[in-house]
Design a protein around this ligand. Structure first.
Ligand code: SF4
Length: 388
């Protein structure tokens, strides 16, 4: 049984169109729906079924799974038979998985920045037409999920490299234009960044241009609680307070047996906003910022969540410095999502790749990475002291 989410009654909502996802509707004034994502291997059917049921019991109304391979699509068939939750599949580079998964789920999510990896000569418009056809014929909604770490490279090149917002807006707009032209209206959009201030700007700009498109809000790679919850709440307060947002996900780095905490956090944030309780942007007052992904089926080594926790503990002494450390779970998004961090780690099966200011420094075994990271962090702190 899913818990009903308390509607936000204190603020008017944008007049978005309604989008049906299985047995719920987002947009058009419907209560804001809470979503989550499985972090289990999709091929581990028992663990994935158990996690879907946990997330649903915590109140998740739509639950996402990653499917990149035929073996995962096959596992999804068995998962579908065992769960009643509304399911959405995250298509990454392998967009043609859509035809295998759409009959089994209520929504498919694609990232415009990932449509370029396969069949490079095929125009992205043809790929979107294919996805809209598949979704339409299988009673599925679509999410166009634009992410700061994986923007369509041809668009990123057209804008000032300092301006990460405009290419993302342009990407979302061009996909909305095409879907509308194709007559496919059952879609929502997300524009995610790990920086809550950018999430606010992105969604405000998009909502001003396209007030009717339902928005899925989220701060990607918000990190571990409680910091990750605070970052997310600040963004949601600002946006929902302006009537922007129809569904949310709180992305937290958590061990698998506590994944339901991100759903509880989402419900708590919505409840606080509905009651008019605000933290305000002052709750983030600079200092060390650790961003880490919420993990998913693509995590390359189960040690990732522990590593993120160890990085947080080891870096306690550097709290007062304005330094960003990113810890990512896989090679799909890890390389891109660590580009803007002062120090970035992304996990491969046996090694952790370390980057400084976007430049690769090397790959190190899991049991050796922490002292090496500390040396790099100390260098950064000493540079800051010298320049300060
Ligand atoms: S960085 Fe990789 S492991 Fe982490 S959530 Fe994203 S796709 Fe999943």
């Amino acid at each position: 049984m899913t818990k009903p989410v308390e509607p936000v009654v204190t603020q008017p909502r944008n007049p978005t169109r309604s989008v049906k996802i299985g047995n719920i509707t987002i947009g058009a004034g419907a209560p804001i729906a809470v979503q989550s994502m499985c972090a289990t291997k999709t091929t581990d059917i028992d663990a994935t079924v158990a996690q879907i049921n946990d997330l649903q019991a915590a109140g998740a109304q739509v639950i996402r799974l990653a499917v990149d391979k035929t073996s995962e699509a096959k596992a999804l068939t068995s998962i579908r038979e065992q769960v009643s939750a509304n399911l959405t599949v995250d298509l990454q580079e392998n967009y043609r998985m859509a035809e295998k998964v759409a009959p089994l789920v209520e929504k498919i999510r694609y990232n415009p920045g990932h449509l370029y990896h396969h069949e490079k000569r095929k125009p992205w418009q043809d790929k979107v037409r294919y996805l809209a056809d598949i979704a339409g014929s299988n009673d599925c909604a679509i999410r166009v999920g634009v992410n700061a770490g994986s923007v369509d490279p041809s668009l990123a090149d057209q804008f000032d490299p300092e301006d990460s917002i405009s290419p993302m807006i342009e990407s979302a707009m061009s996909h909305c234009d095409l879907l509308d032209e194709l007559g496919f209206k059952r879609y929502c959009v997300s524009l995610k960044d790990s920086d809550p201030a950018k999430v606010i700007q992105l969604n405000q700009r998009f909502a001003a241009l396209r007030p009717k498109i339902p928005l899925h809000l989220g701060v990607t790679e918000a990190g571990m609680p409680p910091g990750g919850i605070t970052k997310t709440r600040i963004a949601f307060e600002a946006l929902i307070g302006q009537g922007i947002g129809d569904t949310i996900r709180v992305s937290l780095t958590l061990p698998n047996d506590r994944k339901g905490d991100e759903v509880t956090a989402g419900i708590d944030i919505l409840t606080a906003i509905a009651r008019g309780e605000r933290l305000g942007s002052g709750a983030l007052d600079g200092g060390l910022n650790i961003i880490s992904c919420p993990s998913c089926s693509r995590v390359e080594n189960e040690a990732f969540v522990d590593l993120a926790e160890q990085v947080r503990e080891m870096t306690e002494y550097a709290q007062q410095y304005d330094i960003t450390i990113a810890v990512m779970g896989c090679r799909v998004n890890g390389p891109g999502e660590t580009d803007d961090a002062d120090l970035g780690l992304w996990c491969a099966p046996r090694f952790v790749n370390l980057k400084k200011g976007g430049t690769p420094l090397g790959a190190y075994p899991y049991n050796e990475i922490l002292p090496i990271l500390k040396t790099q962090l100390d260098e950064l702190i000493s540079d800051k002291k010298l320049s300060g």
